[in-house]
Design a protein around this ligand. Structure first.
Ligand code: TYM
Length: 326
């Protein structure tokens, strides 16, 4: 089985990325041949700083390894090192509808926040489809916010296969049962995100323990005092999910233990669980990030493996579409 996922080197990685991303990557790498991609080409679709892109690419590689990916068995690489991604994106543009791209929620939301809306932001989901399809991926572990993009990737694969003959595996998205959408601690109706959401509501994987405790203590909760999930209690439900993710327990067992504990006690307990989760990740991250030579070497190993895996599919695409090949 082939497994693929990607993560953008923009902003500092968050507990949301851990829940929908890193945690699932480390688990799914055991299930088959896995590819995890630092999608640097996606990072340029909104206003960005070139110096920061460079640093964040190395930061993110370190974080992928610190959260459990093993670069010897799993292919961890940067998108721009494998030119097939940019080529596939152009070719797939032939089977992607303009109207479909215009309906993407993330395009609409992010476009609204930009003064200058780059055409790359509009075409972003085509590049993402190429990422996935080039590796003949069977499963794509992601958070809930990527669901629409994944469905579009499936559509693109199907349209290509029916227009030009069968080339692509049609991938399935894999979402965590709990924690597929971690919400902001300050606004439980908004996603916790690397960029755009409030600092105070966002837990970064490199936050100091006292910052984490402070953020949890000031987390917005709901009326009532029951620590139990309910539709009209988005704040408490989010905290229960976070507790479940941080400790590997089910939300039900968290509710059983803390149901009557009161919000204050519970918020502190969640903070402590997250501090404990993050502490070893931070230590490992700091060690890895200190050795840039080794990071570049490992990126090179990943790039070679990814190029070899992507090349046959790209060739089949060109051939199926009628290009003269030499
Ligand atoms: P990105 O970089 O925004 O996020 C990386 C992963 O983290 C998940 N995630 C969350 N999960 C739960 N709760 C949250 N609050 C939360 N915030 C982020 C995301 O769902 C994602 O799995 N377009 C993608 C990158 C990409 C990609 C791909 C993914 C490019 N090509 C191919 C899969 C396959 C993105 O922007 O992820």
């Amino acid at each position: 089985m082939r497994i693929f996922s990607g993560i953008k080197p923009t902003g500092d990685t968050t507990l949301g990325n851990y829940s929908g991303g890193f945690r699932q990557y480390a688990a799914t790498q055991e299930q088959g041949e896995a590819f995890f991609c630092i999608v640097d080409l996606h990072a340029i679709t909104v206003e960005y700083d070139p110096v920061a892109l460079h640093e964040r690419t190395l930061d993110l590689f370190s974080m992928l390894v610190a959260t459990g990916l093993d670069p010897d068995r799993t292919t961890v690489f940067a998108q721009s090192h494998v030119t097939a991604h940019a080529e596939a994106s152009w070719l797939l543009g032939a089977v992607t509808g303009y109207g479909q791209l215009g309906r993407m929620t993330q395009f609409k939301e992010k476009g609204d926040q930009q003064e200058f809306v780059a055409s790359a932001l509009f075409n972003y989901p085509v590049l993402m489809a190429g990422d996935i399809l080039l590796y003949q991926s069977d499963i794509v572990p992601i958070g809930d916010d990527q669901r629409q993009h994944l469905e579009l990737s499936r559509d693109i694969a199907e349209r290509f296969n029916s227009r030009f003959g069968h080339v692509f595996t049609v991938p399935d998205g894999v979402y965590p049962e709990v924690g597929a959408r971690i919400m902001s601690l300050q606004d439980p109706l908004a996603k916790m995100g690397k960029t755009g959401s409030s600092e105070q509501g966002t837990i970064y994987l490199l936050d100091e323990p006292d910052a984490i405790m402070r953020k949890f203590k000031s987390a917005v909760t709901d009326s009532g005092r029951d620590v139990r999930r309910a539709e009209d209690k988005p704040g408490v439900s989010n905290l229960i999910d976070i507790m479940a993710v941080a400790t590997g327990r089910t939300p039900e067992s968290v509710e059983e233990e803390y149901g009557d504990a009161g919000y204050g006690t519970f918020k502190e307990a969640v903070g402590e669980a997250v501090v404990e989760l993050i502490a070893p990740i931070r230590t490992r991250y700091d060690e890895l990030r200190a050795d840039e030579g080794e990071l570049l070497r490992l990126l090179g190993v990943g790039a070679d493996k990814a190029r070899a895996a992507a090349a046959p599919t790209l060739e089949r695409m060109y051939e199926a579409m009628g290009f003269v090949r030499l």
